[in-house]
Ligand binder design. Structure first.
Ligand SMILES: [Zn+2]
Length: 321
């Protein structure tokens, strides 16, 4: 088992203890054998939503046995060389994701209504239920969501335009044009997210489209030909006109909403007023530790969601970590 040596605990959706089983992805016989196991679990995704079961107030991940899946979706083959994506093993159980997006909403609702569960099953946005689901199940749901989204958006070859088909247990899509045969791999877009401090205060901004009062640290996508540190410095300068130094990596978080990984940094700027780029931000200013500690979490001032690496970076700084 992979051991995560870091001074911090893993971020939500990260390091979920999933053994990704690279070496068996091209072994069809092995994949079929895994799908015949009674402990195999199917992770359905419908239009980027994950199946959950409302068990009391706490949503539980909707992991199905192969038998349950086949009862509900008899016409959908769990084909390890097609629709079924091997996620890997968690607690020695094999997990497969499958995308059910082709079913219309009334149809999918009618099917899942047939599940014998402790509460009502539904397809939910992981961004809403993630905070309430355990660490490992949350990581599995995020992984399934990210991979199914990639398949959905890469049905055609970017080189020649022909249809692609899934191979390697859903970890590669290959162009079906014999003259091309280009292989396409799942993509994760790196984004930097950085806590800027002047020593005593932290810089938080807000975008107009966010919920009232919502503030966060700055973030942006890494561009081709740019190091992560370059991206941190560029984004801060673009958004608030500050030059930063002492850029340090803190931790990262898979963020498949739809296809990112957030790379968390801290950095330092001089204690001068930010020049807010209003094309990017509605406002930005320095906040003291006391303001962070006494955040009212209401429509005048609220911090990012607890699952996010931005919240983590802010809280670590506020605690002096
Ligand atoms: Zn092609």
């Amino acid at each position: 088992m992979f051991v995560f040596h870091h001074r911090h605990a893993a971020n939500v959706y990260a390091s979920g203890g999933i053994e990704r089983a690279h070496l068996i992805r091209s072994d069809s016989a092995k994949l079929r054998e895994l799908l015949s196991r009674p402990d195999a679990r199917v992770v359905p995704v419908w239009r980027s939503r994950n199946l959950v079961v409302e068990d009391g107030k706490t949503p539980q991940p909707g992991f199905l046995t192969v038998e349950q899946f086949q009862q509900l979706f008899a016409e959908i083959a769990l084909d390890p060389e097609g629709s079924a994506i091997l996620l890997g093993f968690a607690e020695d159980k094999p997990y497969f994701a499958i995308d059910l997006s082709l079913l219309a909403e009334p149809e999918i609702q009618a099917r899942i209504a047939g599940l014998q569960t402790s509460g009502p099953p539904r397809f939910a946005d992981l961004r809403d239920v993630g905070p309430l689901i355990g660490h490992q199940p949350g990581a599995i749901l995020a992984y399934a969501r990210g991979l199914t989204f990639w398949h959905e958006r890469h049905k055609f070859c970017g080189v020649c335009g022909s249809p692609t088909q899934a191979t390697e247990a859903g970890h590669v899509r290959r162009c079906t044009n014999e003259a091309c045969k280009a292989q396409h791999f799942p993509r994760t877009d790196p984004a930097v997210i950085m806590l800027v401090t002047d020593g005593d205060r932290v810089l938080l901004g807000r975008q107009k489209i966010w919920p009232p009062g919502q503030h966060s640290i700055l973030a942006g996508f890494v561009e081709p030909g740019e190091s992560l540190e370059d991206a941190v410095a560029r984004e801060v300068e673009e958004e608030v006109g500050l030059k930063v130094r002492d850029i340090r990596y803190q931790s990262s978080q898979p963020w498949p909403f739809p296809a990112s990984i957030m790379l968390g940094f801290t950095c330092v700027a001089d204690p001068v007023e930010p020049k807010v780029n209003t094309d990017e931000l509605e406002s930005a200013r320095w906040f003291t530790r006391a303001e962070i500690a006494n955040c009212p979490e209401n429509d005048t001032f609220r911090l990012p969601r607890r699952v996010s690496i931005s919240r983590r970076l802010i809280e670590d700084w506020a605690k002096g970590a």
